[in-house]
Design a protein around this ligand. Structure first.
Ligand SMILES: Cc1ncc(COP(=O)(O)OP(=O)(O)O)c(N)n1
Ligand SMILES: Cc1ncsc1CCOP(=O)(O)O
Ligand SMILES: [Mg+2]
Length: 524
């Protein structure tokens, strides 16, 4: 039978809030939009499990929602359930199939690609991928895999008709990030999400289910619309978009929260001010939530990793607030600690933009084509930067920026090539970090523009953040590189010592017409 897996409720009677009856809670959840129900009774004896399954079946039938039984083939047979869900240590699929009537839906749990390969061989109907996030509902025996981990398992399903849902720690605040971040590079997306506590522990299961369902439906709609009508960018649209953002930043002075490294804190804050925005260089975990509530953007630069906990919290809160998160993985290839931390951060939140030099981007992509020495990139870069940057943007589900003598920016579809800048940028410390600051500032401008009163969220909902992050990224890079050209041409600049203040001056005085006339933009 064809099942709508979009909102899959797994029951957990032990989580019911005081005063809430199980069947009352289940009925409200069904009214809220649950599309499939799995009865999971880990502590009940057989008779109790059977009775719960029978009464649940009657209720599910009333709402025409299929019923699946967790673990127990005998109970599934006894209540004529629509399906069973089997874990890696439960009854093997081929045995279950031999016992159950033909057409019974079979789902299995998968935590790695070997599980997925086996599920394909076993010709199951769906897989439950997880745990995606941490959960207290079940004692986990395998590590959580994050949204990016779900994406690689989804890719292993390419070419099959097997449906996929994610499970583990999913709730109304992280559902969008789960859905968005788990789309594979090949474009394979989840068919649904499964939850226990977000619905079962709620005193208002109808609204809890409705909230999840509304987000799911909106996301699927935007995903489909977006893939059918890709955004069209040409050079004029890009340049005009950037100029518009310059004005928004100066008019509305967004707050740019920056967790950055000790080397560049001062010049980053000054660059932010020079563009007309307002910097706050805050690192205490206690203030991350409050800061996320102020419109603007977030920059996470891990040049000196001393605040990992705050980096995780700040990004998660920014995702919740649908604010841009710009990630600058400084020197990511230099140490194992940096590699692990980058992966931890990218698993904890969805970046809107990732910015790095060729060495840093190569390390993130696990490519050996470009090497790095410390925080610097070595050699002449990628043979095919257009394909490289497009692929990494697709894989990380965000805008990717690769800086260097030529800057490359992609949203996974279009690639923008920028040829501005000056070699003196390489003579001062932290110029790459300041590019990150400028990108975060322009992305914040893009976010303010998109959330202006009367503006509908539009397809940006699917990007986890409102606003055009591609234009934001291009704007940030162009502002700094054009200002660098102007600074280097000044007669009062004699070397790197006078270049840095001149660069801040030129950012401060940057005129739209200067940017428009100097910008060397090409679109691929
Ligand atoms: C939809 C869905 N996915 C995964 C699981 C976990 O099943 P399993 O690994 O067998 O663990 P238990 O639920 O039996 O503890 C699930 N139940 N549902
Ligand atoms: C059954 C199961 N399998 C993997 S995680 C999980 C529990 C998910 O519960 P919750 O949605 O409350 O995190
Ligand atoms: Mg099981």
């Amino acid at each position: 039978m064809a099942i709508d897996f979009s909102l899959y409720l797994v029951t957990g009677r032990e989580l019911l809030p005081p005063g809430k009856e199980y069947l009352e809670s289940l009925e409200e959840a069904l009214q809220g939009g649950v599309t499939v129900v799995q009865i999971r009774e880990k502590k009940s004896d057989t008779l109790e499990f059977l009775e719960i399954a029978q009464s649940s079946k009657i209720l599910c039938a009333k709402y025409k929602v299929p019923l699946i039984i967790n673990d127990r083939i005998d109970i599934a047979l006894a209540v004529q359930a629509d399906g069973v869900h089997l874990g890696q240590t439960d009854m093997p699929v081929h045995v279950a199939k031999s016992l159950l009537p033909a057409g019974t839906v079979i789902g299995v749990s998968c935590n790695d690609t070997d599980h997925v390969k086996k599920a394909i061989e076993d010709e199951v109907d769906y897989i439950g991928i997880g745990a995606v996030w941490g959960t207290t509902t079940k004692k986990l025996t395998s590590p959580v895999i994050g949204a990016r981990g779900v994406g690689s398992l989804l890719q292993a399903l390419d070419g099959t008709n097997i449906k996929a849902i994610a499970i583990g720690g999913i709730n109304s605040t992280n559902i969008l990030r789960t859905l968005h971040g788990s789309v594979s590079s090949s474009g394979h997306r989840l068919d649904g999400i499964a939850v226990v506590s977000d619905i079962m522990a709620s005193p208002a299961p109808r609204s809890a289910a409705q909230r999840l369902k509304d987000t799911l439906d909106a996301w699927v709609h935007h995903f489909d619309v977006q893939s059918r009508v890709p955004q069209v960018y040409d050079v004029e649209t890009i340049k005009n978009g950037v100029v518009k953002l310059m004005q928004v930043i100066r008019d509305r002075s967004p707050l740019i929260h920056q967790i950055t490294n000790v080397v560049v804190t001062n010049q980053s804050a000054n660059a932010t001010l020079a563009l007309g925005a307002s910097p706050i260089m805050a690192t205490a975990p206690e203030e991350m939530r409050d800061l996320s509530r102020i419109p603007g953007g977030l920059l996470i630069n891990f040049g000196t990793i001393t605040n990992k906990g705050s980096m995780i919290l700040a990004g998660q809160y920014a995702n919740e607030a649908q604010k841009p998160v710009v990630f600058d993985p400084v020197g990511v290839g230099a140490t194992q600690f940096r590699k692990t931390t980058a992966s931890e951060l990218l698993n904890a939140w969805q970046a809107s933009v990732i910015k790095g030099n060729a060495g840093e981007m190569a390390s993130l992509a696990k490519s050996n084509e470009v090497q790095a020495k410390g925080v610097d990139s070595v050699g002449s870069g990628f043979a095919d930067p257009v394909s490289f940057i497009r692929e990494i943007a697709k894989r990380e589900r965000c805008v990717a920026v690769m800086t260097g003598p030529t800057d490359w920016i992609s949203d996974g579809a279009v690639v923008v090539q920028l040829e501005n800048g000056h070699k003196m940028l390489g003579d001062i410390t932290g110029s790459g970090c300041v590019v990150g600051t400028c990108v975060a500032t322009f992305c914040a401008g893009a976010s303010l523009l998109a959330t202006a009163p009367g503006t509908s969220p539009g397809p940006e909902l699917a990007k986890l953040v409102r606003g055009d992050m591609l234009i934001g990224a291009v704007g940030g890079v162009l502002a700094l590189t054009v200002a660098a050209e102007c600074a280097a041409e000044r007669s009062d600049v004699h070397g790197s010592g006078t270049f840095l203040p001149a660069l801040i001056d030129e950012l401060y005085n940057l005129k739209p017409e200067t940017l428009l006339s100097r910008a060397k933009v090409q679109v691929w």
